[in-house]
Design a binder for this molecule. Structure first.
Ligand SMILES: [Zn+2]
Length: 455
């Protein structure tokens, strides 16, 4: 048996980065002054976030039945100064995306108008984050999962009707979502490395065909995720933090002075030069691209296969157990197999490793589909019906995913995510005195927002 001194696996960050950090910023109750104070600082530090916005003032309550009125507060793009400010942010590389057309329930025509406005003003929708109990929220409440016992539990606690995916509903916009939105946030975790609990993100769920892909976010204090320790383990794990925040709250409502902990956390992340800070869309595009990159190995030869229609640049192999050493592969051309000049004793591990047989071919099956690949210099017969020419590949997706990604959510991973999600809800109830019934919760805690410093 051959003894391998080194093993390696494909990592997602583009060289020279070791890890990534992004923030999705919820616009609930934001004021123009607070947003300006916080974002002037972020723009100065080039800390580009994914900022959610509302296009319009609400016409209806949020939720059926409706939540109390203060759930509807917050600046909208109808304010020309705010619109101008967001357009400037967009020019500087921030992602501006919808948190619903407004803070209240949005019928189809409003969603359509909001998507159009975002496209015209900022060049595209990209990410989307559902707001509260809005009726147009898509696959929300008990429709989050089909896995038991979670579905029954969610059904028991669901108090609102959300129907964005139901063509018979006036709140239906599933087809528009599929056309314009790249990814929607679904589950939450307390893990600072969000990718470690949801390595399949962004993923497609065949039970939710109107949504191209889903991602997960971390609900945790910014200071926890930005501590030296958290950043060090993020690097070590080649991880990614997708942090959920209400950023405007870091500017004092009266004085607009920035919270000092916020400033030092942002500074710490920016000073970590090997941590890529970018909006969600950009990072998800990278993760999606790498879902279509494979390293194929046979005894001591290696090939890289890129089944995407775009080149994969600055791809890295992380050397396992080397505390951060990587091998850089500058360009993997779209649709091509190329031979790699790697140490002969390197063994590839991980989801994108394909081990070839003696004839240097393989049929690789994973939840997203079946990949046949031939890295030899002659044609191989895969079955009586299928032959594969030299240096070629063939991919059959398992589901009729209308778009990339190639990734699906394995049941075990979904189960773990749902446990994490339940733990967060339990924690909110026990430690943060939040009630399960949202109406009751809001009635008892009408204007005080949950303190995100305690997340
Ligand atoms: Zn919200």
């Amino acid at each position: 048996m051959r003894v391998h001194s080194n093993s390696a696996h494909l990592i997602w960050p583009p060289a020279p980065y070791a890890a990534g950090f992004c923030i999705t910023d919820d616009t609930d109750a934001a004021t123009l002054d607070q947003v300006t104070a916080v974002y002037d600082y972020l723009a100065m530090r080039k800390f580009r976030t994914t900022k959610t916005v509302w296009a319009f003032h609400p016409e209806e309550a949020s939720g059926i039945p409706g939540l109390p009125g203060h759930a509807l507060q917050g600046v909208t793009l109808e304010n020309p100064r705010y619109m101008e400010f967001c357009q400037q942010l967009s020019k500087e590389g921030f992602e501006i995306c919808l948190h619903g057309a407004s803070a209240g329930n949005n019928r189809r025509a409003r969603q359509e108008a909001a998507l159009q406005l975002v496209r015209d003003s900022f060049g595209g929708a990209g990410t989307y984050v559902c707001h509260s109990k809005n009726a147009e929220n898509i696959y929300w409440e008990e429709n989050v999962t089909r896995l038991q016992p979670f579905r029954t539990m969610l059904g028991y606690f669901s108090r609102h009707q959300c129907s964005g995916e139901d063509p018979a509903s006036p709140y239906f916009w599933g087809d528009l979502c599929n056309e314009h939105v790249e990814q929607i946030r679904l589950m939450r975790t307390r893990a600072t490395n969000t990718l470690s609990v949801n390595p399949s993100m962004p993923y497609f769920d065949p039970g939710k065909p109107y949504v191209r892909s889903w991602f997960c976010a971390t609900k945790r204090a910014l200071r926890d995720c930005a501590s030296e320790q958290a950043l060090a383990s993020l690097r070590r794990e080649h991880g990614l933090t997708v942090l959920y925040q209400y950023l405007h709250r870091y500017a004092d409502e009266d004085t607009l002075r920035l919270n000092t902990e916020f400033v030092s956390a942002i500074d710490r992340i920016c000073d970590a030069e090997d941590v890529l800070v970018a909006p969600v869309s950009l990072i998800m595009r990278r993760l999606r691209l790498l879902q279509g990159v494979f390293i194929c190995s046979s005894s001591n030869s290696h090939w890289a296969l890129n089944i995407n229609t775009e080149d994969a640049c600055d791809v890295q192999l992380g050397i396992n157990g080397s505390s951060g050493k990587t091998i850089r592969l500058p360009v993997l051309p779209a649709g091509k197999i190329i031979e790699l000049d790697l140490p002969s004793d390197l063994r590839m591990t991980g989801r994108n490793a394909v081990s070839l047989n003696r004839r240097r071919s393989a049929v690789h099956r994973w939840p997203a589909g079946t990949l046949a690949v031939n890295c030899s210099d002659s044609t191989v017969n895969l079955s009586t019906a299928q032959t594969l020419p030299s240096m070629s590949w063939d991919f059959h997706p398992r589901t009729a995913a209308p778009h990339r990604p190639l990734s699906c959510l394995p049941r075990r991973e979904e189960f773990r995510l749902l446990i994490a999600q339940s733990a967060i809800i339990l924690r909110e109830m026990v430690f943060l005195n939040r009630r399960m019934n949202t109406i009751e919760y809001l009635r008892h805690a009408p204007t005080r927002m949950e303190l995100q410093e305690n997340w």
